[in-house]
Design a protein around this ligand. Structure first.
Ligand code: M6R
Length: 357
């Protein structure tokens, strides 16, 4: 039930710190070490390449997961949009393992791929919020998100749960391979949960941003590089699906290859900067759009902030920034939709789970 909340989406955004803490607990042993099922670990360690298959928000979580898995566990990982993969299968490695990411576990596009790869004799792991869902039953292994029911069509806490579980998977695999791990993930995820709480407490700031930048907007852009790029795609999806404002996410470096032609006087451009190695390049992109009249709203992370940034996020580990930079995106979309009188929890033309191909 949504209790005193006006919308499920708002409740589910607020639940994120709790979800992260629940995940830490569910995936820890009595010694406080992160653990996952030995069979899953075995399957991953036998694979020479991981193929993440997902749709929508889960695909965006997969993009982040790929990055974390490659950086911590050093396993080459590809991420594919489910609806494309089935019809245009890439050349597979010798020993692939498939990872299906799906909040509902019922997405038809993902299931079509699962059926196909099972026929080919490959193994699959499903990461889902719904025990007993189709994708969970039909895969060889399941990891649960433990996020609690997600009712709003716009996915929020499932995304952060997916990223958290993928990061745990990456850490446990890295440890099992004896790789040097320079991140204390339990500690860092704890910091993330507190940072999320702080952000939920400052929701008014994001309501003000939605009002300042999006009140009269017909279109908007989200730009970032590396991990921020993945979160920009998610921010744009959130905004378009519930507020119906056209929203596009771009990699900062791609702007000058076309999209910058769309920038007009007053066009809102949301900019994320949480990664030290691309802080200066993304700032260069801000100058490019500002010179064309864009109304840039820069959201940076503590330690990387510069004069004129609209909001500074609390500092978290650089691999985990997508868990917190997404929170302002969720709130901005929520308030933009609310101000426009949209049906936040049940946007037009959309269903919570897409069970047709
Ligand atoms: O249940 P799934 O995670 O498989 O759903 C995938 C997408 O349909 C879903 O993430 C969709 O993009 C959301 N409405 C986005 O907020």
């Amino acid at each position: 039930e949504k209790g005193t909340y006006p919308h499920y989406m708002l409740k589910e955004i607020d639940e994120q710190p709790f979800v992260i803490r629940t995940i830490i607990q569910k995936y820890s042993n009595d010694n406080g070490e992160l653990v996952i099922d030995q069979n899953i670990l075995g399957a991953i360690n036998q694979a020479d390449r991981l193929y993440i298959i997902a749709a929508g928000t889960s695909y965006h979580a997969g993009m982040v997961g790929k990055n974390i898995i490659e950086r911590l566990a050093k396993i080459p990982t590809e991420v594919h949009v489910a609806s494309e993969f089935g019809y245009n299968m890439p050349l597979l490695s010798e020993k692939p393992l498939f990872i299906f990411i799906s909040q509902s576990g019922e997405t038809a596009d993902s299931r079509a791929v699962l059926v196909q790869i099972k026929k080919m004799g490959y193994q699959a792991l499903t990461i889902t919020n719904v025990p007993g869902s189709t994708l969970s039953r039909e895969a060889d292994y399941t990891l649960l998100l433990h996020a609690g029911p997600e009712i709003a069509v716009a996915s929020t806490k499932a995304y952060t749960a997916q990223v958290a579980v993928l990061s745990i998977l990456a850490e446990v695999v890295a440890r099992s391979k004896g790789l040097p791990i320079d991140v204390d993930l339990v500690h860092e995820l704890g910091i993330v949960a507190s940072a999320m709480e702080e952000l939920c407490d400052t929701r008014d700031a994001f309501e003000q941003i939605a009002s300042d930048y999006l009140s009269f907007a017909r279109s908007s852009f989200f730009i970032g590089r590396t991990l921020d790029y993945a979160v920009c795609l998610e921010g744009a999806l959130k905004l378009k699906e519930i507020s119906y404002i056209q929203a596009e996410g771009f990699a900062g470096g791609e702007l000058k290859h076309g999209p910058i032609a769309l920038i007009e006087e007053g066009t809102p451009v949301f900019v994320l900067s949480t990664q030290e190695n691309v802080n200066l390049p993304i700032r260069g992109n801000v100058k490019e759009v500002a010179a064309r009249g864009a109304n840039a709203c820069i959201i940076s992370m503590k330690g990387l902030e510069m004069d004129g940034d609209r909001f500074v996020l609390p500092q978290v580990h650089e691999l985990l920034t997508p868990l917190i930079s997404v929170v302002p995106m969720q709130f901005i979309a929520y308030y933009a939709a609310l101000h426009r009188g949209c049906d936040v929890d049940k946007p037009r033309n959309l269903a919570k789970s897409v069970t047709v191909e």
